[in-house]
Design a protein around this ligand. Structure first.
Ligand SMILES: Cc1c2[nH]c(c1CCC(=O)O)Cc1[nH]c(c(CCC(=O)O)c1C)Cc1[nH]c(c(CCC(=O)O)c1C)Cc1[nH]c(c(C)c1CCC(=O)O)C2
Length: 343
């Protein structure tokens, strides 16, 4: 079947579409039995990320299995810290771990930045090119990166955390050090995203997963200026900014040079539209836990969501799909969106 579906890109560019496109954050992963089968054969998560043929294979799995309108390249936001010089480990059932973390100006001085960092990630560009080749126009391919603040959070904290208090402590005790690190991260992200686009990524999404733990003032100081720089620098393709928990910054996002703003489930579509303004496309935002419900209930809630967003919308969950979500629930969501038509 060689169907060419560019609904997602048309919607992201603000063109008129017959229904909203649908995809899910974290669609390539443990919800799919096909993914788990490949994962079990391998030494670990990093082997999958660093082998372009395998990364391409799992990137395309949700397109085949779920019928989503976009693919997102299988990788991780932590490849950037690693390219800068901080190796990460993915510990089974516990998540990311950085054996070495950033504590001082000397630590930051040693990190690679910009093009030098981005050149370390050849395996990602190869995976993007391979995926585009195999997709052969079926659906557009999304590239992504972590946002500067979220990457700083991992590089200073060293692992996931409820509070990220070590990372936040740096913002209060040594803001100059934080800014120096954020600048280096930002230059690496920009070079990385440009190479990803050159390799075939057709839209890029910036994940600011830990936006919601900053106060509005801190977000304006330590996150927004760097997001602005990235959005201005990456003008080749549409850009999506997804800052989880940052409802307080939605008004600021209206001024970013991005086309799409991702929303978590804590924000109502109406309020988001009011704050973000009429220009941008909104993406989201069903509660991932809704997919534990019955298929009928999921279809009903998806329909309600689509009605309250109206046009200029890309359907998604409000965060990544949880690994233990029944496939039946995921499919009920995707199919409900695909059955919808704008009036
Ligand atoms: C914060 C963050 C990370 N990684 C990512 C984010 C931002 C999105 C978000 O807020 O959820 C982004 C990411 N990570 C992964 C993708 C792949 C593409 C997709 O969305 O389908 C994407 C877009 C694969 C992955 N990244 C990871 C997995 C699971 C690892 C496995 O297969 O064993 C996958 C499929 C591991 C990972 N990677 C990360 C954590 C905290 C973990 C452990 C928690 C978990 O297990 O989900 C860091």
């Amino acid at each position: 079947m060689s169907e060419n579906n560019n609904l997602f890109l048309r919607a992201a560019r603000g063109e008129a579409v017959e229904r909203p496109p649908v995809w899910l954050m974290r669609q390539a992963g443990r919800i799919l039995p096909q993914y788990r089968a490949i994962r079990e054969r391998l030494s670990g998560f990093k082997e999958l990320v660093e082998t372009p043929e395998l990364a391409a294979e799992v990137t395309i799995q949700p397109v085949d299995e779920l019928g989503v309108d976009a693919a997102i390249i299988f990788s991780d936001i932590l490849v950037i810290p690693e390219a800068m010089g901080l190796t990460y480990e993915m510990v089974e059932k516990r998540g990311p771990l950085f054996p070495e973390v950033i504590r001082s100006h000397a630590d930051v001085d040693q990190l690679r930045e910009g093009e030098a960092a981005a050149q370390e990630l050849r395996y990602v560009y190869d995976a993007v090119a391979e995926t585009r080749k195999q997709l052969n126009g079926r659906v557009p391919l999304i590239g992504f990166s972590g946002a500067p603040w979220t990457l700083l959070a991992y590089m200073v904290e060293g692992s996931g955390s409820k509070t990220f208090s070590k990372a936040k402590r740096m913002l209060y005790q040594d803001p100059a050090l934080a800014h120096k690190l954020l600048e280096k991260i930002t230059s690496a992200i920009i070079a990385y995203l440009k190479l990803k686009v050159q390799s075939g990524a057709q839209l890029v999404q910036i994940f600011d997963s830990w936006a919601g733990i900053l106060s509005p003032g801190q977000y304006r100081t330590f996150a927004l200026p760097y997001l602005r720089t990235i959005c201005e620098a990456v003008s080749e393709v549409p850009v999506t900014v997804f800052a989880k928990g940052a409802w307080f910054a939605l008004e600021d996002f209206s001024e970013l040079e991005c086309q799409v703003v991702g929303l978590d489930w804590n924000t109502s579509p109406q309020l988001a539209r009011k704050w973000v303004g009429s220009e941008k496309i909104l993406q989201g935002n069903l509660d991932p836990c809704q997919l534990y419900g019955s298929p009928e209930e999921i279809a009903l809630r998806a329909h309600e969501m689509l009605e309250s967003f109206g046009r200029q919308h890309i359907a998604n969950l409000g965060h990544g799909v949880y690994p233990d979500t029944p496939l039946e629930g995921v499919k009920a969501f995707v199919n409900a969106v695909k059955a919808y038509r704008y009036k």
